[in-house]
Design a protein around this ligand. Structure first.
Ligand code: CA
Length: 414
C-alpha cells in the first residue's frame, strides 16, 4: 500500500498489511484475505445518507463535479464490515523472522519467478526508465498483492465514505475520498472497477488515492492510469515511479547482512551511518561480498543473536513505501531471493517456545502427516497451526493449550 509522501504512515493502514500481502498467506489461510464482495454488503443507513449529502457540497468546493459525484455514489452505501475491520485492527506481533518466512516462502518465490518471467519485458522497461531493479518492483508487487492475486474487492467509494462518516479518522478518510473522486473524474477507472482493501488501498501495488494521484503513471500509453486491471503494467511502473520520486538511487544496494563480534555494544541504528571501512575497523563485517553503496547504518531488528544488516540509502526509500523495518526488509530480501541470492546466512535461533525455524516447520509437517492440517509448513505459527496442535493434543490426551514446544515435537516423533 503506497502512502503519501507527507509522512502518512502506512501504519494507519495496518489492515492493508493484513488484508493483502504479508499476513494474508499465513498457514492454513487463517489470516484475513481478499474476500468476495458479498462479504462486504452495503446496508441502508440514514446517518451515512445525511453525511454524504453534506459531503457533496464540500467535494464540489474542492473541484469535484456533480456528474462525478452522482456516478460515484450511484450504488454506493454504508458497509458495516468496514467499521468492524477498523475497530478490530490486526495487531502485528509477528517477528521479523516470521515476516521473512512468509515473504520468501517457497510458494511465493515460485509465484514470483513465474510473475517475473511473465512480465519480464515490462519490468525491464520499468527498470530502464526509473532505475529501480526489476526484482525490487516485483518484490513490492509480491508483498502488496501476492503478484496481483489479492488486489482487494471492496468498493472504494463505499469504504472510504463509510470510514469518513464514521469519523474515527474522519478527516484523513475524507481526504482520501476526495482523492478517489478525482481519480474517477479524470477517467482513470470506472466507479464499478474502483475496488481495493477495506481501507482504500487499491490495485496490484495497493496505492491509497492520494499516493495514486501523486505518483501513478500511464505506462502503456492508453491514456488511463490503470492499477486495477489484470495487466499490471501501469501498476508496476507506478511503484517504480513512486520509489524514484522518493529518492531511489539506481545501481545502489538497499542492505546487506552484517556480522557483529561477540558481545557487540558499539553504534547501532539506521542513522548511525558510516563507511563500511569504518564499520570494519569497529569489528562489524559484511557477510559475503561488500557492495559499494556509500555510508551504511546498522540494524538488528530482532535483537542480539539474530541477523543484523548494513542498511544503505535505498533502505530508507523502501521505508517511504511503508514505514515498517520488517516490511522493508521483507521486500528487500524477497528482491534478493528473486535475483538468485540464497536465504540469510545468519539464523534467528530458537523462538520464545525454544523452537528453531526448522523445528517449527517439522512440527507443522508432522501434524499434517497425522491428519491435523497445519497449513503450509512455513514455520510461522499462526491460527491454523495452533488449531492443529489443539486437535492433536485432544486426540493424544495431552493438555490442550495449542502451544508449540520441543516436548510436543518429540511427542509427534520423527
Ligand atoms: Ca494505461
Amino acid at each position: 500500500m503506497g502512502l503519501s509522501g507527507r509522512g502518512i504512515s502506512r501504519r494507519v493502514f495496518v489492515s492493508g498489511l493484513a488484508a493483502v500481502g504479508l499476513v494474508g498467506c499465513q498457514t492454513g489461510g487463517a489470516g484475513p484475505v481478499a474476500r468476495p464482495s458479498q462479504a462486504w454488503p452495503r446496508v441502508p443507513n440514514a446517518g451515512w445518507d445525511a453525511w454524504v449529502a453534506g459531503f457533496r457540497g464540500r467535494a464540489v468546493a474542492r473541484g469535484i463535479s456533480d456528474r462525478t459525484l452522482s456516478a460515484a455514489f450511484r450504488g454506493a452505501g454504508f458497509i458495516p464490515a468496514v467499521i468492524e475491520r477498523d475497530r478490530n485492527q490486526f495487531q502485528d506481533r509477528r517477528s521479523l523472522e516470521d515476516y521473512l518466512a512468509i515473504a520468501t516462502s517457497d510458494e511465493r518465490l515460485s509465484m514470483g519467478r513465474a510473475a517475473m518471467s511473465r512480465e519480464g519485458r515490462v519490468l525491464s522497461r520499468v527498470e530502464a526508465q526509473y532505475g529501480v531493479p526489476a526484482e525490487v518492483v516485483a518484490a513490492i508487487w509480491g508483498v502488496e498483492s501476492r503478484f496481483g492475486t489479492r488486489r482487494g474487492e471492496v468498493p472504494v467509494i463505499s469504504a472510504l465514505s463509510t470510514l469518513a462518516y464514521d469519523g474515527r479518522r474522519g478527516r484523513f478518510f475524507e481526504g482520501q475520498l476526495v482523492a478517489a473522486l478525482k481519480i474517477l473524474q479524470r477517467g482513470d477507472v470506472s466507479p464499478s472497477r474502483m475496488v481495493g482493501s477495506w481501507a482504500g488501498a487499491m490495485g496490484h501495488t495497493q496505492f491509497i488515492p492520494t499516493t495514486f494521484n501523486a505518483y501513478a503513471v500511464d505506462f502503456d500509453g492508453d491514456g488511463r492510469r490503470d492499477i486495477w486491471a489484470d495487466d499490471p503494467t501501469d501498476a508496476l511502473a507506478s511503484a517504480a515511479a513512486y520509489l524514484k520520486a522518493s529518492g531511489w538511487r539506481a545501481g545502489q544496494p538497499w542492505a546487506v547482512e552484517a556480522r557483529l563480534p561477540e558481545g557487540y555494544s558499539g553504534p547501532m541504528g539506521r542513522r548511525a551511518t558510516r563507511s563500511l571501512a569504518a564499520w570494519r575497523a569497529g569489528g562489524v563485517h559484511p557477510v559475503g561480498r561488500a557492495p559499494s553503496g556509500g555510508a551504511a547504518g546498522l540494524i538488528q531488528p530482532q535483537g542480539a543473536g539474530t541477523p543484523a544488516f548494513f542498511v544503505f540509502h535505498n533502505f530508507n526509500i523502501l521505508l517511504k513505501y511503508n514505514a515498517s523495518e520488517k516490511y522493508a526488509l521483507s521486500v528487500g530480501h524477497l528482491a534478493d531471493r528473486l535475483s538468485g541470492a540464497g536465504p540469510l546466512a545468519q539464523s534467528f535461533g530458537p523462538d520464545e517456545h525454544g523452537l528453531t525455524l526448522a523445528q517449527r516447520k517439522a512440527l507443522q509437517r508432522r501434524l499434517g502427516a497425522r491428519g491435523h492440517d497445519a497449513g503450509t509448513a512455513d514455520g510461522v505459527i499462526g491460527k491454523a497451526t495452533e488449531a492443529a496442535i489443539r486437535s492433536y493434543q485432544r486426540v493424544a490426551g495431552l493438555p490442550v493449550d495449542g502451544q508449540p514446544s520441543l516436548t510436543l515435537l518429540r511427542h509427534l516423533g520423527g
